[in-house]
Design a protein around this ligand. Structure first.
Ligand SMILES: *[C@@H]1O[C@H](CO)[C@@H](O)[C@H](O)[C@H]1NC(C)=O
Ligand SMILES: *[C@@H]1O[C@H](CO)[C@@H](O)[C@H](O)[C@H]1NC(C)=O
Length: 338
């Protein structure tokens, strides 16, 4: 007769314990939910952070679809015969998507966008130049001669000149193109200068874009002033009201090289009013072969450039000091004793 009573007591206690445990779990759930709502709401941290996080997660998902990943320089590193290339070039490829998702430097969408929308082909070799001062063989202030001398007066080389201005005035590459049968790529973000550049009939590719300071395509606000146009990353309200502010599309230098199908470069001229080092830092040096560079250091200072280029395998073989800009000339260490 005692057993049923005892079991009844245990039964009641059991019910109480189960109810208590359930209450505790419900309480924990409510608290967690409240905490979650608080931390993910707009009151904690800026909206910009939230957008950045969202973009990052999209990027991670995109990267997850394609492998292997070479993330240091934001590369897809796909084999050229990979069947996914065509799909990636076509699938939802727009300028907005490319920028918002910070597509890889070698993403087919980025390369195709450059080719289709920005790349102007070289003028035919038999089309005469249209120059302001056709008798001035070398409009550079010593850069062309120094580089050519280092390269043993090489003919038929390939250059890329960033900050190409109007394609003639202070051009570091016109001499090579006109008299040494070189070809190359001219990049100029200032639209007025670029119009003039196209009219010169240069025998090189030309692009009206800026160079990205990040290893992915970006858009920036650009201040338009002849010869000293430069990228403005943050603007005061007064500045953004100025009428000479334009929004421009920028591409990583490596994406531009892939778009013209050339990663072996004899001379890279970089003069972009202060962003030289950041642009150099986007370059996947293991993917390109750049023999010589002329880099303006006025805004950056010599030392940071030399400190960065040294471990990449470059030494300074010369300097140019003139009133329109100071250049450092770099060459590959392994070309030192030729
Ligand atoms: C290259 O040509 C220039 C002018 O024609 C000449 O002064 C210079 O010595 C040459 N340099 C080399 C390395 O051949
Ligand atoms: C290249 O040469 C520079 C200057 O002599 C040196 O500082 C740097 O360590 C060298 N880099 C490599 C990768 O050998």
């Amino acid at each position: 007769m005692r057993f049923p009573i005892v079991s009844q007591i245990y039964y009641r206690q059991g019910t109480l314990i189960v109810t208590a445990i359930a209450l505790v779990f419900a309480f924990i759930f409510v608290i967690q939910h409240m905490t979650y709502t608080q931390t993910s709401g707009p009151s904690s941290g800026s909206i910009r952070d939230a957008v950045d996080q969202a973009l990052e997660s999209i990027n991670i998902r995109l990267r997850g679809r394609v492998s292997p990943i070479s993330s240091e320089y934001n590369l897809l590193d796909l084999d050229e015969t990979d069947p996914r290339l065509a799909e990636l070039a076509a699938e939802k490829c727009t300028i907005d998507w490319m920028n918002a998702d910070r597509l890889q430097q070698d993403h087919p969408c980025v390369i195709e966008t450059i080719r289709r929308r920005y790349l102007h082909p070289p003028a035919d070799l038999d089309v005469p130049y249209n120059l302001v001062a056709p008798n001035k063989a070398d409009p550079s202030v010593g850069q062309a001669a120094s580089i050519l001398n280092y390269l043993g007066n090489q003919t038929k080389g390939f250059f890329i000149e960033c900050g190409a201005l109007d394609g003639e005035h202070l051009s570091n590459t016109l001499y090579m193109e006109r008299t040494m049968q070189w070809g190359g790529v001219l990049v100029e973000a200032d639209q007025t200068s670029f119009g003039k550049l196209l009219s010169r009939r240069r025998k090189s590719y030309a692009l009206p874009v800026c160079l990205s300071l990040q290893p992915y395509p970006t858009q920036v606000t650009f201040k338009v002033t002849y010869a000293i146009g430069s990228v403005q990353e943050s603007l005061t309200p007064e500045q953004s009201k100025e009428s000479n502010m334009l929004t421009l599309q920028c591409f990583p230098i490596y994406s531009i090289l892939l778009a013209v199908g050339r990663t072996q470069i004899d001379f890279f001229s970089l003069d972009v009013e202060g962003h030289e080092l950041r642009i150099l830092k986007t370059i996947p040096w293991h993917k390109v072969d750049i023999k010589t560079l002329a880099v303006e250091w006025d805004h950056v200072g010599e030392k940071p450039l030399i400190d960065y280029m040294g471990p990449k395998g470059y030494y300074v073989f010369g300097r140019n000091t003139v009133n329109v800009g100071n250049d450092l000339f770099f060459a590959k260490n392994d070309s030192r004793h030729r």
